[in-house]
Ligand binder design. Structure first.
Ligand code: PBG
Length: 325
């Protein structure tokens, strides 16, 4: 058989395949989410996220040092708020001595080079487990945005490099940018969860922070997973309002959205390889049904290939071990 062109030539050996690989994943592309608890010496494995832990601040600082040594350059902080401090205003969220604010300072003190990003949304602080303030069974937009601005400023004041609003309220990026500017935080970045879908795959995360909604669901603020064009609208609006990095979340069922967003914007795009995506791989691997390490590499590479510059993922330690960095 005569063939003018044989595509398999470039796939013949590991060296060739590596040489022509279009996508690579490096530790610096990854963002490590961290779950932080009150107390000391506390480390709790999250039942639905085997191999992933919630730690008190002392253990978190050690963890951050280890991540830094392994080449991970950014962490995304989430805290677990005590029940008695939860209410419908979310005010613990901007307590200057709150767990989030203390954590930001402690991490920046211990590892100044580590980029510290913080989740901005009221759900861990809300007695209703919603991302915003509740009035008559509704999650009210504008009062929530005011709260998110206070929260963001308090994170910036504590030394956060980036605030990451994950609440999906309208107009919050513009309001947060204005708040940061007016308070002199001109170097604080905003990573906007721009296209965040109402997803069942957040389940394990809500176990980790005990933040499941007490009533209803999040469909009046998070997006309908049937929609694609709406993701572009949301993302372009956030960029116009001042977002430095935009995010698509979840990642795996939304690889098309990541690509669509990547093709339309000129800011870095991130994607969140979320808790349920982690749990699925861990569970199937435990059953012996898939090869865990291969599944992790394929997953992270596919998210980067779809167009994500950055990937928030619970697989950071696994990834570094697998690539032997
Ligand atoms: C809260 C928030 C959630 C996640 C990140 N920030 C959960 C939610 O919106 O209910 C999910 C992360 C994950 O599942 O890994 N605003």
């Amino acid at each position: 058989m005569y063939l003018q062109r044989r595509n398999r030539i470039l796939r013949q050996s590991p060296a060739l395949r590596a040489m022509v690989a279009e996508t690579i994943v490096l530790p610096e592309h990854l963002i490590a989410p961290l779950f932080i608890d009150e107390g000391e010496g506390i480390i709790t494995e999250i039942a639905s996220m085997p191999g992933y832990y919630r730690r008190s601040l002392d253990g978190t600082v050690k963890e951050v040092k280890e991540l830094w040594q392994k080449g991970i350059k950014s962490v995304l902080l989430f805290i677990k708020c005590k029940d008695e401090w939860k209410d419908n205003t979310g005010r613990e969220a901007w307590n200057e001595n709150g767990l989030m604010q203390r954590s930001i300072k402690a991490i920046k003190d211990a590892v100044p080079g580590m980029l510290v990003m913080t989740d901005v949304a009221l759900d861990p602080y809300s007695s209703y487990g919603h991302d915003g303030i509740v009035e008559n069974g509704q999650i009210v937009n504008d009062p929530t945005v005011e709260a998110l601005v206070k929260m963001s400023i308090s994170h910036a004041k504590a030394g956060a490099d980036f605030v990451a609003p994950s609440d999906m309220m309208d107009g919050r990026i513009g309001a947060i940018r204005k708040g940061l500017e007016e308070n002199g935080f001109v170097n604080t970045g905003i990573m906007a969860y721009s296209a965040k879908y109402a997803s069942c795959f957040y389940g394990p995360f809500r176990d980790a922070l005990d933040s499941a909604p007490g009533f209803g669901d999040k469909k009046t603020y998070q997006m309908n997973y049937a929609n694609r064009i709406e993701a572009i609208n949301e993302t372009l609006k956030d960029i116009e309002e001042g977002a430095d990095i935009v995010m698509v979340k979840p990642a795996l069922s939304y690889l098309d959205i990541i690509r669509e967003v990547k093709n339309q914007v000129t800011v870095p795009v991130s994607a969140y390889n979320i808790s349920g995506e982690y749990a699925m791989i861990k569970a199937a691997a435990k059953m012996g049904w898939i090869d865990e390490d291969k599944a992790i590499l394929e997953t992270l590479t596919s998210i980067r290939r779809a167009g994500a510059d950055l990937v928030a993922t619970y697989f950071v330690h696994d990834f570094v071990r697998i690539i032997g960095a």
